[in-house]
Structures are given as C-alpha cells and as structure tokens.
Ligand binder design. Sequence first.
Ligand SMILES: [Zn+2]
Length: 54
Amino acid sequence: MAAVGTVQVQCPDCGLDVPITLEPKSTTGYGDKLMIVMEPDYTDLWAHSWTHEP
Ligand SMILES: [Zn+2]
C-alpha cells in the first residue's frame, strides 16, 4: 500500500502529533480540472490512542 500523503493530527489525550495517511477516495472532474478527494485514515490515530488504555 502506497501512502500518497501524510498529515499530523494532535492526540486529544496526550497532545502528541500522530502522523496519519491521506488516501484518495474519489476523483471528480469539473470541466478541465480534476479534483481528487483526499480522506484521512485515522487508523493510526486510533492505534495510538489505544496505547493509552491501562
Ligand atoms: Zn496520545
């Protein structure tokens, strides 16, 4: 799986910046422009938050 982009979101629990990936969900054409809708994948953030569990 190739990550096309990453963003960092701040963990609400500990304030750590957690990198998550952006995945292209759909492409939509408007005239001669091509729009790619990027959707963040929060799996990594969830995985991180689970590390806070006792
Ligand atoms: Zn955290």
